[in-house]
Design a protein around this ligand. Structure first.
Ligand code: MGD
Ligand code: MGD
Ligand code: MO
Length: 767
């Protein structure tokens, strides 16, 4: 019998049984299957968490009230009514306020199949009716997306595509200096799906070949538990100081490759003057840095010397740039690698995001598989993605982005699919205020997220297990036929079918569907894949045999790459796309922008929130990605719940940090600052700094009034994080820069919650 498969961002699975008997097993050739998959079926079959039919918020239905605070009741309606309401709102808003009043930036990871990608259909649909205000860049690496083109001449995507392959590191690298670590936890994921998880294997192979790793991170757990790892428990937000001190040492011991800098970079003089203090009077000595970053002077000196003596790869995890001044350590990491002169060689140089996702550095050919076209958007307005609260609060106001000034349009309608801003955005109490401003909020979801609970119209979407789809993406050498594994729950519909109905109502049905059902689109997609494969010398089976086989592994896709190889081989013929054609250690383009907080070169700037400047007792809060789930997805599944404490998110702290506050393992703790407060469960570990606590993202936001203040009872760190651009250059988020206070919670803690439907009322006039 042929095998059936499905896929998710966290891996590929063999499907056994159907519906109530459904079981998913990671594909047999996955060397390190993700634990996240273990929570998938239980989460999706949790009928209390699922949205069963279309609903409308009572207050909005009755008199268009905008009080979207969760807790309001909802009114079940028919699909006809719901679709009429949605199309009516779209029509009203675009007629009276223009299409820019529709915000459909709709950021989020949605699901992995290529066809049923919710945002793609939302964009295609809205483009048929005149467009929408979009968002640019990501929460993941927004600062890098803006910085890298200026300093490397490559888009972030091009940079990521060319990153030096893992096997070359495993064979050649002697010292991996990992700022933020290389973590098997985050390497569980690849956006749009992955058939295997190879990172732990590559790292082990490198260790067997004698590579050592300098783990520079507030948490020991950010690298493998192996003798080859030396941990430098750095104070969060201060990597830039450490990097400058390493640079200072490299200059002092005359280990700087001046010939490399001369030939391949511009701006060394300006950077050198910053390092020496010639330009600002502060020599960036190891002693100076030790005070700031809390890494010993001697350890810095020794590390610099090892870097100079070894074949060294410097890598910066994505987390470092999700912080105030987040561009700086990324830029300086590149500058350090240039100073060592090892860029463009196998296994050394500079990397960004090894381990942040599975596929970074995977030695496989990249194939540009097709997708459903989205058409042109007639609206020019956009926001940098993390400026959502500003957009809603400040229509007409100016914002800076990448050296330009733009204005926020006047948003009347928010349309969100495949994402969860009440998980992913910072300072959620502020977002909740801003969320009261638009006239209508429409959400498609399969589960009752904190965002769905704050919408006016909620349309139930199918989950990926309830539909056929294809996993294809350029980062993975396998194509997977995702075969439907259970019936769609309740009245849920595919996002595509929902938009097709809406387009019909708005007179653009044909333009949206091109006359195709979703089954016909899947066939279209496969035919387009066949053509692309052909151009790449790969022969794909027919659509029928592909469905029968369930999986196709492209042959001969192994390919290793070396970042900057061509440029280093011939910098004239392969000049970079920067202003100078070289790597820019100092950028005239950035200098010309004359932005607060930016210099022409990477430079040290203390962040606005640090433990050293805060009242005593303050702690850094870092909010990493959760080990047991994808963001807030599957938070209600077995695997995520297994790791909770009293149903709440585990908060990792040093035993001494806990003792000083009268906290014991397993206690409920209160984490607070001026922006908000949440409860969490204490987990004690020696593997974290004394002044830092870690609370992963993604617990269901559930705000309760307790002792006169609103406290999230499940442990969502984003009630505590800061909602400001990490700089005027990129406006990326600064999720990892926050100061908090921690105590044992002494009150009566309400029972923790998971996704659940709000109260329903049949008749909107009823209270
Ligand atoms: N404090 C802090 N905050 C952070 C971060 C951090 O490090 N710290 N990291 C940030 C980063 S890097 C990211 S990428 C964001 C992630 O933020 P999000 O991507 O918004 O988080 P998800 O929970 O993955 O949300 C995806 C939603 O899509 C829904 N969905 C899945 N499939 C479908 C479908 O087919 N149709 C529809 N309509 N919906 C579907 C899921 O149920 C889920 O609710 O979070 C950011 N927030
Ligand atoms: N299991 C799981 N994996 C995921 C995801 C998930 O939801 N679950 N999400 C995926 C997504 S969308 C993304 S963007 C990537 C993100 O990938 P990353 O950005 O690499 O992941 P994070 O967990 O945010 O951060 C990694 C580590 O950085 C350290 N860190 C924090 N602040 C600092 C600092 O100032 N200096 C130094 N040196 N270290 C610091 C923390 O100890 C943290 O554990 O992860 C992906 N992988
Ligand atoms: Mo991300």
């Amino acid at each position: 019998m042929s095998k059936r498969y499905t896929a998710a961002h966290w891996g590929a699975f063999e499907v056994r049984g159907y519906g109530d008997d459904l079981r998913l097993n990671p594909v047999a050739d996955d060397p390190h299957p993700s634990r996240i998959g273990a929570g998938w079926v239980s989460a999706i079959q949790d009928t209390k968490a699922r949205i069963h039919g279309p609903v409308v918020r009572r207050g909005w239905l009755k008199d268009r009230d905008k009080n979207r605070c969760a807790g309001d009741r909802f009114v079940p309606v028919s699909w006809e009514t719901a679709l009429d309401l949605v199309s009516g709102e779209l029509e009203r808003v675009r007629t009276h306020h223009g299409n820019s009043a529709i915000f459909a930036g709709s950021y989020g990871w949605a699901s992995a199949g290529r066809f049923h990608h919710a945002q793609s259909h939302l964009r295609r649909f809205l483009n048929t009716i005149g467009g929408f205000t979009r968002s640019v860049n990501t929460y993941s690496h927004g600062a890098a997306e803006v910085l890298l083109p200026h300093v490397t001449g490559m888009s972030h995507r091009q940079f990521q595509d060319q990153i030096t392959s893992w096997p070359l590191i495993a064979e050649n690298c002697e010292l991996l200096v990992a700022f933020g670590g290389v973590s098997a936890r985050t390497a569980q994921l690849t956006s749009s799906g992955t058939t295997g998880h190879e990172v732990p294997g590559w790292v082990n192979r490198a260790f067997s070949n004698g590579m050592t790793m300098a783990l520079i991170s507030p948490q020991r757990g950010d690298a493998a538990d192996h003798d080859a790892v030396e941990w430098f428990p750095i104070r969060p937000g201060t990597d830039m100081a450490l990097m400058l001190a390493i640079a200072y040492e490299l200059v002092r011991i005359e280990a700087v490759d001046l010939a490399f800098l001369e030939r391949y970079t511009v701006g060394w003089d300006a950077l050198k003057d910053h390092i020496s203090g010639a330009s600002d009077g502060i020599a960036k000595t190891p002693r100076w840095a030790a005070e700031i970053c809390d890494v010993d002077t001697d350890a810095i000196v020794e590390l610099a010397s090892r870097m100079a003596r070894s074949r060294t790869m410097i890598t910066v995890s994505w987390s470092l740039q999700r912080a105030e001044h987040g561009e700086q350590p990324l830029w300086m990491g590149l500058a350090l690698a240039a100073m060592l002169g090892q860029i463009g060689r196998p296994g050394t140089g500079f990397g960004f995001g090894y381990g942040s996702m599975t596929a970074i550095g995977r030695p496989a050919k990249l194939i540009g598989w097709p997708s459903v076209p989205q058409g042109p958007n007639a609206v020019p307005d956009f926001i940098p993605v993390a400026r959502i609260a500003d957009l809603l609060e400040r229509p007409g106001e100016v914002f800076h982005y990448n050296g330009e000034q733009h204005r926020f349009p006047d948003t009347r309608l928010v349309y969100w699919v495949g994402g969860n801003p009440f998980h992913h955005h910072q300072d959620l109490n502020r977002l909740e205020q801003a969320w009261q401003r638009p006239e209508a909020v429409i959400v498609h979801e399969h589960s009752w997220t904190a965002t769905a609970a704050r919408a006016d119209i909620v349309l139930p979407a199918t989950s990926p297990l309830e539909r056929n789809d294809i996993m294809i993406n350029r980062r993975d050498p396998s194509l997977i036929w995702m075969s439907r594994a259970m019936d769609p729950l309740g009245e849920s519909r595919n996002d595509y079918d929902i938009f097709a109905e809406l387009a019909d109502r708005l007179g653009t049905g044909q333009a949206f569907t091109d006359g195709r059902s979703s089954a016909q689109w899947l066939a279209w997609l496969w035919e387009s894949c066949v053509r692309v494969a052909d151009e790449n010398g790969i022969e794909l089976p027919s659509f029928e045999s592909f469905q029968e086989l369930g999986r196709f592994d492209c042959p001969n896709t192994s390919e290793t790459r070396i970042q900057f190889r061509d440029f280093v081989a011939d910098p004239d013929r392969h000049a970079l796309g920067t202003v100078s054609g070289k790597i820019e250690l100092s950028s005239s383009a950035i200098a010309d922008m004359d932005l607060d907080g930016m210099a022409s070169h990477p430079h040290w700037k203390r962040s606005g929130e640090t433990v050293t400047d805060a009242p005593s007792g303050a702690l850094f809060l870092i909010s990493p990605q959760p080990d047991t789930r994808l963001h807030a997805q599957l938070d209600n599944g077995n695997e995520s719940r297994r790791a909770k404490i009293d149903g709440r998110e585990p908060c990792y702290m040093h035993p001494d940090t806990a003792t000083a506050r009268g906290i014991g393992a397993g206690d409920i703790v209160l984490i607070e600052n001026a922006r908000g407060a949440c409860l969490a469960g204490a987990v004690l570990t020696e593997d974290i700094r004394l002044d830092t606590i870690a609370l992963a993202t993604g617990a269901l936001l559930d705000l309760h009034w307790i002792d006169g203040r609103r406290i999230d009872i499940n442990g969502n760190p984003n009630v505590l994080t800061r909602d400001e651009g990490c700089s005027h250059l990129s406006q990326g988020n600064m999720a990892h820069t926050a100061i908090v206070f921690l105590s044992r919670f002494r009150g009566d803690a309400p029972q923790a919650t998971t996704f659940h439907a709000p109260s329903m009322v049949a008749d909107p006039s009823l209270r």
